[in-house]
Design a binder for this molecule. Structure first.
Ligand code: CTP
Length: 457
Protein backbone atom coordinates (compact mmCIF):
# COMPACT_ATOMS: atom_id res chain seq x y z
CA UNK A 1 0.00 0.00 0.00
CA UNK A 2 1.36 3.43 -0.99
CA UNK A 3 1.93 5.82 1.88
CA UNK A 4 1.20 8.96 -0.16
CA UNK A 5 -1.32 9.80 -2.84
CA UNK A 6 0.18 11.56 -5.87
CA UNK A 7 -1.86 14.13 -7.79
CA UNK A 8 -0.76 15.65 -11.08
CA UNK A 9 -2.09 18.63 -13.04
CA UNK A 10 -0.98 20.59 -16.10
CA UNK A 11 -1.30 24.12 -17.43
CA UNK A 12 0.41 27.12 -18.95
CA UNK A 13 -0.05 29.39 -15.90
CA UNK A 14 0.72 32.55 -17.82
CA UNK A 15 0.46 35.63 -15.56
CA UNK A 16 -0.39 33.39 -12.57
CA UNK A 17 -3.83 34.32 -11.27
CA UNK A 18 -6.35 33.39 -8.58
CA UNK A 19 -8.09 30.85 -10.87
CA UNK A 20 -4.80 28.91 -11.21
CA UNK A 21 -4.07 29.09 -7.45
CA UNK A 22 -7.52 27.82 -6.49
CA UNK A 23 -7.25 24.93 -8.93
CA UNK A 24 -3.82 23.98 -7.63
CA UNK A 25 -4.98 24.16 -3.99
CA UNK A 26 -7.98 21.97 -4.76
CA UNK A 27 -5.79 19.52 -6.66
CA UNK A 28 -3.44 19.22 -3.70
CA UNK A 29 -6.39 18.62 -1.36
CA UNK A 30 -7.19 15.48 -3.38
CA UNK A 31 -3.98 13.79 -2.21
CA UNK A 32 -0.62 14.28 -0.45
CA UNK A 33 1.88 15.11 -3.15
CA UNK A 34 1.20 17.56 -5.98
CA UNK A 35 3.13 17.53 -9.26
CA UNK A 36 2.49 20.43 -11.64
CA UNK A 37 3.34 20.18 -15.34
CA UNK A 38 4.05 23.58 -16.84
CA UNK A 39 3.82 23.64 -20.63
CA UNK A 40 6.98 24.54 -22.52
CA UNK A 41 6.78 27.60 -24.77
CA UNK A 42 7.59 25.70 -27.99
CA UNK A 43 4.99 23.06 -27.14
CA UNK A 44 2.41 25.75 -26.34
CA UNK A 45 3.03 27.54 -29.62
CA UNK A 46 2.85 24.30 -31.57
CA UNK A 47 -0.60 23.58 -30.05
CA UNK A 48 -1.84 27.02 -31.06
CA UNK A 49 -1.25 28.98 -27.80
CA UNK A 50 0.51 31.90 -29.43
CA UNK A 51 0.04 34.78 -27.11
CA UNK A 52 1.62 33.58 -23.87
CA UNK A 53 3.72 36.46 -22.52
CA UNK A 54 5.88 34.80 -19.86
CA UNK A 55 8.78 32.46 -20.62
CA UNK A 56 8.73 28.82 -19.48
CA UNK A 57 11.42 29.68 -16.92
CA UNK A 58 9.38 32.50 -15.40
CA UNK A 59 6.20 30.42 -15.23
CA UNK A 60 8.04 27.47 -13.66
CA UNK A 61 9.54 29.77 -11.00
CA UNK A 62 6.13 31.21 -10.12
CA UNK A 63 4.66 27.72 -9.62
CA UNK A 64 7.71 26.50 -7.67
CA UNK A 65 7.22 29.34 -5.21
CA UNK A 66 3.77 28.04 -4.17
CA UNK A 67 3.68 26.21 -0.80
CA UNK A 68 1.23 23.56 -1.86
CA UNK A 69 3.22 22.48 -4.93
CA UNK A 70 5.71 19.66 -4.30
CA UNK A 71 7.28 19.18 -7.72
CA UNK A 72 7.28 21.08 -11.01
CA UNK A 73 7.97 19.43 -14.36
CA UNK A 74 7.93 20.85 -17.89
CA UNK A 75 5.55 19.41 -20.48
CA UNK A 76 7.22 19.35 -23.88
CA UNK A 77 5.20 16.98 -26.07
CA UNK A 78 1.77 15.60 -26.83
CA UNK A 79 2.04 12.12 -25.32
CA UNK A 80 3.88 13.19 -22.21
CA UNK A 81 0.86 13.06 -19.89
CA UNK A 82 0.46 9.29 -20.26
CA UNK A 83 4.22 8.80 -19.85
CA UNK A 84 4.19 10.91 -16.67
CA UNK A 85 1.29 8.90 -15.14
CA UNK A 86 3.47 5.79 -15.28
CA UNK A 87 6.77 7.50 -14.45
CA UNK A 88 5.45 9.18 -11.28
CA UNK A 89 2.97 6.45 -10.34
CA UNK A 90 0.17 9.03 -10.33
CA UNK A 91 -3.09 8.33 -8.43
CA UNK A 92 -5.14 11.30 -9.63
CA UNK A 93 -4.98 13.52 -12.69
CA UNK A 94 -6.78 16.81 -11.93
CA UNK A 95 -7.69 19.53 -14.42
CA UNK A 96 -10.22 22.38 -14.77
CA UNK A 97 -13.69 21.54 -16.05
CA UNK A 98 -13.11 23.56 -19.22
CA UNK A 99 -11.44 20.32 -20.31
CA UNK A 100 -14.30 17.92 -19.48
CA UNK A 101 -14.02 14.79 -21.59
CA UNK A 102 -10.71 15.76 -23.20
CA UNK A 103 -8.62 13.64 -20.85
CA UNK A 104 -10.93 10.65 -20.31
CA UNK A 105 -8.39 8.53 -22.20
CA UNK A 106 -6.05 8.90 -19.20
CA UNK A 107 -8.46 6.84 -17.03
CA UNK A 108 -6.55 3.90 -18.46
CA UNK A 109 -3.53 5.01 -16.40
CA UNK A 110 -5.01 6.84 -13.41
CA UNK A 111 -8.18 8.41 -12.02
CA UNK A 112 -9.18 11.59 -13.90
CA UNK A 113 -10.90 14.35 -11.94
CA UNK A 114 -12.35 17.51 -13.53
CA UNK A 115 -12.52 20.39 -11.04
CA UNK A 116 -14.73 23.49 -11.22
CA UNK A 117 -13.02 26.43 -12.89
CA UNK A 118 -13.07 29.85 -11.21
CA UNK A 119 -15.47 32.15 -13.00
CA UNK A 120 -14.49 35.51 -14.47
CA UNK A 121 -10.72 35.19 -14.79
CA UNK A 122 -8.28 33.78 -17.32
CA UNK A 123 -4.81 34.50 -18.68
CA UNK A 124 -6.43 35.53 -21.96
CA UNK A 125 -8.55 38.15 -20.12
CA UNK A 126 -5.52 39.43 -18.19
CA UNK A 127 -3.45 39.73 -21.36
CA UNK A 128 -6.25 41.67 -23.01
CA UNK A 129 -6.64 44.00 -20.04
CA UNK A 130 -2.97 44.53 -19.31
CA UNK A 131 -1.69 45.28 -22.76
CA UNK A 132 -2.69 47.99 -25.22
CA UNK A 133 -3.80 47.15 -28.72
CA UNK A 134 -0.88 47.83 -31.04
CA UNK A 135 -1.79 49.48 -34.32
CA UNK A 136 0.35 48.46 -37.25
CA UNK A 137 0.70 49.64 -40.84
CA UNK A 138 1.81 47.71 -43.90
CA UNK A 139 4.48 49.17 -46.20
CA UNK A 140 4.30 47.92 -49.79
CA UNK A 141 2.42 45.07 -51.34
CA UNK A 142 4.83 42.19 -51.66
CA UNK A 143 5.04 38.42 -51.74
CA UNK A 144 3.71 37.86 -48.24
CA UNK A 145 1.50 40.90 -47.59
CA UNK A 146 -1.91 39.24 -47.80
CA UNK A 147 -0.85 36.20 -45.78
CA UNK A 148 0.70 38.53 -43.23
CA UNK A 149 -2.61 40.34 -42.78
CA UNK A 150 -4.57 37.09 -42.55
CA UNK A 151 -2.17 35.58 -40.03
CA UNK A 152 -2.16 38.69 -37.84
CA UNK A 153 -5.82 37.94 -37.04
CA UNK A 154 -4.57 35.14 -34.77
CA UNK A 155 -2.41 37.45 -32.68
CA UNK A 156 -4.15 39.13 -29.78
CA UNK A 157 -3.86 42.87 -29.18
CA UNK A 158 -2.70 43.66 -32.70
CA UNK A 159 -4.65 45.68 -35.21
CA UNK A 160 -3.52 46.24 -38.79
CA UNK A 161 -5.48 49.07 -40.32
CA UNK A 162 -3.28 51.03 -42.76
CA UNK A 163 -1.24 50.45 -45.87
CA UNK A 164 1.32 52.55 -47.71
CA UNK A 165 2.57 52.15 -51.26
CA UNK A 166 4.12 54.81 -53.47
CA UNK A 167 1.73 53.65 -56.16
CA UNK A 168 -1.69 55.28 -55.69
CA UNK A 169 -3.56 52.64 -57.70
CA UNK A 170 -2.09 49.76 -55.70
CA UNK A 171 -3.23 51.41 -52.48
CA UNK A 172 -6.68 52.13 -53.86
CA UNK A 173 -7.20 48.55 -55.05
CA UNK A 174 -5.87 47.05 -51.86
CA UNK A 175 -8.08 49.04 -49.51
CA UNK A 176 -11.10 48.51 -51.76
CA UNK A 177 -10.69 44.74 -51.62
CA UNK A 178 -9.66 44.41 -47.97
CA UNK A 179 -12.05 43.96 -45.06
CA UNK A 180 -9.23 44.68 -42.60
CA UNK A 181 -7.20 47.53 -44.09
CA UNK A 182 -9.30 50.66 -43.94
CA UNK A 183 -6.84 53.42 -44.69
CA UNK A 184 -4.48 53.80 -47.63
CA UNK A 185 -1.60 56.23 -48.15
CA UNK A 186 0.65 57.01 -51.09
CA UNK A 187 2.71 59.46 -49.03
CA UNK A 188 5.10 57.77 -46.59
CA UNK A 189 5.47 60.75 -44.27
CA UNK A 190 1.69 61.06 -43.88
CA UNK A 191 1.46 57.33 -43.24
CA UNK A 192 4.13 57.49 -40.53
CA UNK A 193 2.45 60.50 -39.01
CA UNK A 194 -0.57 58.44 -37.85
CA UNK A 195 -1.24 56.54 -34.62
CA UNK A 196 0.43 53.32 -35.87
CA UNK A 197 3.16 52.08 -33.50
CA UNK A 198 4.67 49.52 -35.83
CA UNK A 199 5.23 48.78 -39.51
CA UNK A 200 5.75 45.67 -41.59
CA UNK A 201 7.87 46.35 -44.68
CA UNK A 202 7.53 44.13 -47.74
CA UNK A 203 8.77 46.16 -50.72
CA UNK A 204 11.51 45.61 -53.27
CA UNK A 205 14.81 45.04 -51.49
CA UNK A 206 16.53 48.25 -52.61
CA UNK A 207 13.86 50.36 -50.88
CA UNK A 208 14.30 48.76 -47.45
CA UNK A 209 17.11 50.99 -46.14
CA UNK A 210 15.33 54.31 -46.79
CA UNK A 211 11.95 53.09 -45.56
CA UNK A 212 13.41 51.57 -42.39
CA UNK A 213 15.46 54.67 -41.60
CA UNK A 214 12.45 56.98 -41.88
CA UNK A 215 10.32 54.65 -39.77
CA UNK A 216 12.99 54.50 -37.05
CA UNK A 217 13.22 58.28 -36.96
CA UNK A 218 9.43 58.45 -36.66
CA UNK A 219 9.69 56.16 -33.59
CA UNK A 220 7.96 53.14 -35.15
CA UNK A 221 8.86 49.51 -34.43
CA UNK A 222 9.82 47.67 -37.60
CA UNK A 223 9.43 44.17 -38.92
CA UNK A 224 11.05 44.02 -42.37
CA UNK A 225 11.64 41.30 -44.92
CA UNK A 226 15.31 40.40 -45.19
CA UNK A 227 17.77 41.84 -46.22
CA UNK A 228 17.29 44.98 -44.20
CA UNK A 229 19.89 46.80 -46.34
CA UNK A 230 22.06 46.03 -49.34
CA UNK A 231 25.45 47.02 -47.92
CA UNK A 232 27.25 46.49 -44.61
CA UNK A 233 27.52 50.14 -43.57
CA UNK A 234 23.83 50.73 -44.11
CA UNK A 235 22.94 47.65 -42.07
CA UNK A 236 25.17 48.71 -39.17
CA UNK A 237 23.75 52.23 -39.35
CA UNK A 238 20.16 50.97 -39.17
CA UNK A 239 20.84 48.66 -36.24
CA UNK A 240 22.62 51.34 -34.22
CA UNK A 241 19.99 53.96 -35.10
CA UNK A 242 17.24 51.59 -33.93
CA UNK A 243 19.12 51.09 -30.67
CA UNK A 244 19.58 54.84 -30.20
CA UNK A 245 15.92 55.60 -30.93
CA UNK A 246 14.83 52.65 -28.73
CA UNK A 247 12.75 50.99 -31.41
CA UNK A 248 12.56 47.32 -32.25
CA UNK A 249 14.01 46.36 -35.64
CA UNK A 250 13.45 42.74 -36.58
CA UNK A 251 14.05 40.77 -39.78
CA UNK A 252 10.91 38.98 -40.97
CA UNK A 253 12.52 35.54 -41.14
CA UNK A 254 9.58 33.39 -40.15
CA UNK A 255 11.61 30.20 -39.72
CA UNK A 256 13.38 31.70 -36.71
CA UNK A 257 10.09 31.84 -34.81
CA UNK A 258 8.61 28.43 -35.62
CA UNK A 259 8.09 26.08 -32.65
CA UNK A 260 9.88 23.15 -34.35
CA UNK A 261 12.88 25.27 -35.34
CA UNK A 262 13.32 26.45 -31.76
CA UNK A 263 12.92 22.92 -30.46
CA UNK A 264 15.60 21.79 -32.91
CA UNK A 265 18.01 24.39 -31.51
CA UNK A 266 17.17 23.32 -27.95
CA UNK A 267 17.90 19.67 -28.82
CA UNK A 268 21.22 20.62 -30.44
CA UNK A 269 22.18 22.66 -27.36
CA UNK A 270 21.44 19.59 -25.26
CA UNK A 271 24.00 17.65 -27.34
CA UNK A 272 21.56 15.22 -28.98
CA UNK A 273 23.97 14.58 -31.91
CA UNK A 274 27.20 15.43 -30.07
CA UNK A 275 29.27 18.30 -31.41
CA UNK A 276 27.88 19.76 -34.63
CA UNK A 277 30.54 19.90 -37.35
CA UNK A 278 28.62 20.65 -40.53
CA UNK A 279 25.34 22.25 -41.57
CA UNK A 280 23.91 21.94 -45.09
CA UNK A 281 20.75 23.63 -46.32
CA UNK A 282 19.18 24.18 -49.71
CA UNK A 283 16.55 26.64 -50.81
CA UNK A 284 15.51 26.95 -54.45
CA UNK A 285 12.49 28.49 -56.10
CA UNK A 286 11.78 28.86 -59.82
CA UNK A 287 10.13 32.25 -59.55
CA UNK A 288 9.77 32.54 -63.30
CA UNK A 289 7.33 29.63 -63.28
CA UNK A 290 5.41 31.34 -60.49
CA UNK A 291 5.02 34.43 -62.69
CA UNK A 292 7.28 36.71 -60.67
CA UNK A 293 8.56 39.72 -62.62
CA UNK A 294 11.98 39.80 -64.29
CA UNK A 295 12.75 42.78 -62.06
CA UNK A 296 12.16 40.66 -58.95
CA UNK A 297 14.32 37.78 -60.21
CA UNK A 298 17.10 40.21 -61.21
CA UNK A 299 17.67 40.91 -57.51
CA UNK A 300 19.57 37.62 -57.62
CA UNK A 301 19.16 34.27 -55.88
CA UNK A 302 21.54 35.25 -53.07
CA UNK A 303 19.65 38.42 -52.17
CA UNK A 304 16.24 36.80 -52.42
CA UNK A 305 16.92 33.43 -50.78
CA UNK A 306 20.17 33.17 -48.83
CA UNK A 307 18.82 34.58 -45.55
CA UNK A 308 17.07 31.30 -44.73
CA UNK A 309 20.02 28.90 -45.05
CA UNK A 310 22.23 31.56 -43.43
CA UNK A 311 19.85 31.59 -40.48
CA UNK A 312 20.26 27.84 -39.97
CA UNK A 313 24.03 27.93 -40.44
CA UNK A 314 24.66 30.93 -38.21
CA UNK A 315 22.24 29.89 -35.44
CA UNK A 316 24.09 26.58 -35.15
CA UNK A 317 27.71 27.40 -36.07
CA UNK A 318 27.86 31.09 -35.06
CA UNK A 319 30.02 33.70 -36.71
CA UNK A 320 31.86 32.70 -39.88
CA UNK A 321 35.58 33.29 -40.34
CA UNK A 322 35.50 33.02 -44.12
CA UNK A 323 32.94 32.66 -46.88
CA UNK A 324 33.35 31.37 -50.44
CA UNK A 325 30.79 31.73 -53.19
CA UNK A 326 30.34 29.50 -56.25
CA UNK A 327 27.73 31.33 -58.28
CA UNK A 328 26.22 30.73 -61.73
CA UNK A 329 24.91 33.73 -63.60
CA UNK A 330 22.46 34.56 -66.31
CA UNK A 331 21.99 38.09 -67.75
CA UNK A 332 24.35 39.49 -65.13
CA UNK A 333 22.69 38.22 -61.95
CA UNK A 334 23.08 35.02 -59.97
CA UNK A 335 20.57 32.27 -60.68
CA UNK A 336 22.31 29.99 -58.19
CA UNK A 337 24.95 30.24 -55.52
CA UNK A 338 26.71 27.57 -53.48
CA UNK A 339 27.86 29.33 -50.33
CA UNK A 340 30.52 27.67 -48.21
CA UNK A 341 31.39 29.21 -44.87
CA UNK A 342 34.04 28.19 -42.37
CA UNK A 343 33.48 28.73 -38.66
CA UNK A 344 35.32 28.37 -35.34
CA UNK A 345 37.19 25.07 -35.11
CA UNK A 346 36.95 24.52 -38.87
CA UNK A 347 33.21 23.79 -38.81
CA UNK A 348 31.57 24.13 -42.19
CA UNK A 349 28.30 25.60 -43.44
CA UNK A 350 27.08 24.79 -46.95
CA UNK A 351 24.07 26.54 -48.47
CA UNK A 352 22.68 26.23 -51.95
CA UNK A 353 20.28 28.92 -53.09
CA UNK A 354 18.83 29.17 -56.59
CA UNK A 355 16.13 30.78 -58.66
CA UNK A 356 17.25 29.12 -61.91
CA UNK A 357 17.85 25.54 -60.69
CA UNK A 358 15.42 23.30 -58.82
CA UNK A 359 16.70 21.06 -56.06
CA UNK A 360 15.55 19.28 -52.89
CA UNK A 361 14.95 21.87 -50.17
CA UNK A 362 16.09 19.85 -47.21
CA UNK A 363 18.71 20.36 -44.51
CA UNK A 364 21.19 18.08 -42.75
CA UNK A 365 22.99 18.93 -39.53
CA UNK A 366 25.90 16.59 -38.87
CA UNK A 367 27.41 15.93 -35.48
CA UNK A 368 29.96 13.61 -33.88
CA UNK A 369 27.26 11.22 -32.59
CA UNK A 370 24.56 11.47 -35.24
CA UNK A 371 22.73 13.81 -37.59
CA UNK A 372 19.47 15.67 -37.90
CA UNK A 373 17.54 15.51 -41.14
CA UNK A 374 14.88 18.14 -41.85
CA UNK A 375 12.79 17.20 -44.89
CA UNK A 376 11.80 19.78 -47.52
CA UNK A 377 10.74 22.47 -47.08
CA UNK A 378 13.12 22.65 -44.11
CA UNK A 379 12.49 26.41 -43.63
CA UNK A 380 8.88 25.58 -42.77
CA UNK A 381 10.15 23.24 -40.08
CA UNK A 382 7.51 20.90 -38.67
CA UNK A 383 9.21 17.56 -38.43
CA UNK A 384 12.80 16.52 -38.00
CA UNK A 385 14.56 13.18 -37.64
CA UNK A 386 17.49 12.49 -35.35
CA UNK A 387 19.47 9.60 -36.76
CA UNK A 388 22.45 7.64 -35.47
CA UNK A 389 24.84 4.96 -36.65
CA UNK A 390 22.40 2.50 -35.10
CA UNK A 391 19.29 3.13 -37.21
CA UNK A 392 17.00 1.66 -34.52
CA UNK A 393 17.75 4.66 -32.33
CA UNK A 394 16.11 7.17 -34.73
CA UNK A 395 13.94 9.78 -33.01
CA UNK A 396 11.24 11.85 -34.75
CA UNK A 397 10.21 15.28 -33.52
CA UNK A 398 6.92 16.58 -34.80
CA UNK A 399 5.72 20.12 -34.13
CA UNK A 400 2.97 20.98 -36.57
CA UNK A 401 2.29 24.66 -37.09
CA UNK A 402 -0.90 26.40 -38.03
CA UNK A 403 -1.53 28.54 -41.12
CA UNK A 404 1.52 29.43 -43.20
CA UNK A 405 3.74 29.88 -40.13
CA UNK A 406 3.78 33.68 -40.12
CA UNK A 407 1.65 34.04 -36.99
CA UNK A 408 4.49 32.88 -34.69
CA UNK A 409 6.73 35.69 -35.93
CA UNK A 410 3.93 38.28 -35.69
CA UNK A 411 3.10 37.08 -32.16
CA UNK A 412 6.75 37.43 -31.07
CA UNK A 413 7.05 40.91 -32.63
CA UNK A 414 3.83 42.07 -30.92
CA UNK A 415 4.75 40.51 -27.61
CA UNK A 416 8.19 42.20 -27.62
CA UNK A 417 6.57 45.61 -28.13
CA UNK A 418 4.03 44.90 -25.41
CA UNK A 419 6.74 43.87 -22.96
CA UNK A 420 8.87 46.86 -23.92
CA UNK A 421 11.67 44.63 -25.20
CA UNK A 422 13.94 45.62 -28.07
CA UNK A 423 15.57 42.27 -28.79
CA UNK A 424 14.20 38.85 -29.61
CA UNK A 425 16.06 35.84 -28.24
CA UNK A 426 14.89 33.91 -31.30
CA UNK A 427 16.56 36.37 -33.69
CA UNK A 428 19.07 38.68 -31.98
CA UNK A 429 20.77 41.69 -33.62
CA UNK A 430 23.97 39.54 -33.81
CA UNK A 431 22.01 36.83 -35.63
CA UNK A 432 20.73 39.45 -38.07
CA UNK A 433 24.24 40.79 -38.71
CA UNK A 434 25.59 37.28 -39.37
CA UNK A 435 22.72 36.37 -41.67
CA UNK A 436 22.90 39.60 -43.65
CA UNK A 437 26.69 39.46 -43.76
CA UNK A 438 26.57 36.57 -46.21
CA UNK A 439 24.61 38.37 -48.89
CA UNK A 440 26.22 41.74 -48.27
CA UNK A 441 29.64 40.14 -48.67
CA UNK A 442 28.48 38.56 -51.94
CA UNK A 443 27.11 41.89 -53.23
CA UNK A 444 30.41 43.62 -52.40
CA UNK A 445 32.54 40.99 -54.15
CA UNK A 446 30.20 40.92 -57.11
CA UNK A 447 30.36 44.70 -57.44
CA UNK A 448 34.18 44.64 -57.27
CA UNK A 449 34.49 41.91 -59.87
CA UNK A 450 32.12 43.77 -62.23
CA UNK A 451 34.18 46.97 -61.75
CA UNK A 452 37.49 45.23 -62.39
CA UNK A 453 36.08 43.61 -65.56
CA UNK A 454 34.94 47.04 -66.72
CA UNK A 455 38.39 48.52 -66.01
CA UNK A 456 40.11 45.77 -67.98
CA UNK A 457 37.98 46.62 -71.00
N1 CTP B 1 -8.17 27.45 -14.42
C1 CTP B 1 -9.20 27.57 -13.48
N2 CTP B 1 -9.89 28.74 -13.42
C2 CTP B 1 -9.61 29.76 -14.25
C3 CTP B 1 -8.57 29.65 -15.20
C4 CTP B 1 -7.85 28.45 -15.25
O1 CTP B 1 -9.46 26.65 -12.71
N3 CTP B 1 -10.34 30.86 -14.18
C5 CTP B 1 -7.45 26.17 -14.50
C6 CTP B 1 -7.57 25.49 -15.88
O2 CTP B 1 -8.81 24.81 -15.96
C7 CTP B 1 -6.37 24.59 -15.88
C8 CTP B 1 -5.33 25.40 -15.09
O3 CTP B 1 -6.06 26.40 -14.36
O4 CTP B 1 -6.65 23.40 -15.15
C9 CTP B 1 -4.29 26.05 -15.99
O5 CTP B 1 -5.01 26.75 -17.01
P1 CTP B 1 -4.38 27.72 -18.08
O6 CTP B 1 -4.84 27.28 -19.41
O7 CTP B 1 -2.94 27.86 -17.85
O8 CTP B 1 -5.09 29.11 -17.65
P2 CTP B 1 -6.13 30.02 -18.39
O9 CTP B 1 -6.36 31.21 -17.55
O10 CTP B 1 -7.35 29.21 -18.75
O11 CTP B 1 -5.31 30.42 -19.70
P3 CTP B 1 -5.77 30.90 -21.15
O12 CTP B 1 -6.74 32.01 -20.96
O13 CTP B 1 -4.49 31.32 -21.84
O14 CTP B 1 -6.42 29.70 -21.81
Amino acid sequence: MKDKKTVITYGTYDMLHIGHMKLLERSKALGDYLIVGVTDENYDRSRGKLNVVESTKKRVKAIEALDFVDKVIVETHKNQKAEDMVKYDVDIFAIGDDWVGAFDYLNEYTHVEYLARTEGISSTKLRRENFDVIKMGIVGVGRDTQSFINESEFVSNLKINRIYSSDFLTVKNFTKNSKIIKYGHDNYDDFLDTSIRAVYIDTSLDEHYTLIKKAILAGKHILCENPLALNKNELKELLSLAKKEKVLLLSALKTAFLPAFNQLLTELDGGIIGEVKEVRATRTSLYKEKNYTDEFIAQGATNILSSYPSLLVSKILGKSNSISFFDQKDKGYDISNLIVSQHKGGKVGISLVATGIKSEGDAVISGTKGYIYIPAPWWLTQKFYVRFEDEHKTQVFNYQFDGCGLRYMIAEFTSLIQRDKRKSKMLTPSDMIRINRVLLEYNERDKKSKESKKNKK
